[in-house]
Write a protein that binds this ligand. Structure first.
Ligand code: PTJ
Length: 250
């Protein structure tokens, strides 16, 4: 599916994003269920005003600090992430020294390989490709990971996640960062750092912030983490949605 979307269209950004997901499905990168997930994301994006909120920016700042401080950070990539922000994921990995691992919920060998190829085409180098380890107590395909990647990571960034895997990774003692436009999702509530923002804004923001934070000392970065409260972030995200809706109805 290829559509010529005029840059002047009032919903240009949103239409381009939809087109990327549709192309992802055609290329065997994004799963069909990814469309449903995307639709839910769009609805929540409307509710937050299709912008990075103050609470989201704070979470993005802390996420950048956490990735820079990590001993072994890994970015987990699924079908939607690969379709929407492949180049940005690689740039974030390069900026923070993170590795990248493909981990998909609706797993087929073919789609796993298609996503790997797609990331390689975009210049990914530090890719974990083995499937030689299992996340304990997680009874689905997302449990299959690389022993040197997600399995060994101290921090995992998991955009668009399911709550089960978050809980299982946390039981392994890892710090988890997620990007999820729904501040009420199980994932949002389970995670250490929840970014309630669109993936397409969040990843570029984290890259810019990480570049700036590189000039800070370890103690300053640790202080950012120490002062962070994820429950407060989720409460603030809901307040920001209410404020936005009140504005719309005023
Ligand atoms: O590629 P796979 O097989 O790993 O499948 C990936 C999906 C996303 C289909 C799978 O993880 C899934 O079913 O996810 P859920 O449970 O539908 O959750 C998706 C969450 O991501 C929802 O809370 C959406 O609001 C949110 N979301 C969707 N698009 C975006 C988003 N959050 C941030 N940015 C987006 N662009």
């Amino acid at each position: 599916m290829k559509m010529d979307i005029p840059g002047t269209h009032p919903r240009y950004q949103s239409l381009v994003t939809r087109e990327k997901i549709a192309e992802g499905i055609e290329a065997g990168i994004t799963g069909e269920i990814g469309l449903i997930a995307h639709g839910r994301g769009e609805a929540f994006d409307y509710l937050i005003g299709e912008k990075t909120t103050i609470s989201a920016y704070r979470a993005e700042t802390v996420a950048a600090a956490a990735l820079l401080l990590a001993r072994h950070p890994v970015i987990s990539v699924n079908g939607n992430t690969a379709a929407l922000v492949p180049g940005e994921i690689i740039k974030l990995a390069n900026t923070t020294g993170a590795g990248i691992e493909v981990n998909i919920f609706y797993r087929t060998k073919e789609r796993h390989q298609n996503i790997l190829n797609h990331l390689q085409k975009h210049g990914a180098s530090k890719l974990y490709t083995s499937t030689d380890a299992i996340i304990p107590d997680l009874p689905h395909n997302r449990a299959i990971v690389d022993s040197q990647g997600i399995y060994k990571a101290d921090i995992v960034l998991v955009p668009l996640e399911d709550g089960d895997r978050c809980s299982a990774l946390k039981r392994m003692g890892k710090t988890i960062i997620t990007i999820d436009l729904n501040p009420m999702s199980r994932t949002a509530k389970t995670t250490d750092i929840t970014i309630v923002d669109n993936l397409t804004r969040a990843i570029p923001n984290i890259i810019t912030i990480a570049e700036e934070l590189k000039n800070k000392t370890i103690i300053e970065l640790q202080q950012l983490l120490k002062n962070y409260n994820n429950q407060q972030t989720l409460k603030d995200a809901i307040k920001e949605i209410i404020a936005h809706l009140n504005n719309q109805s005023a």
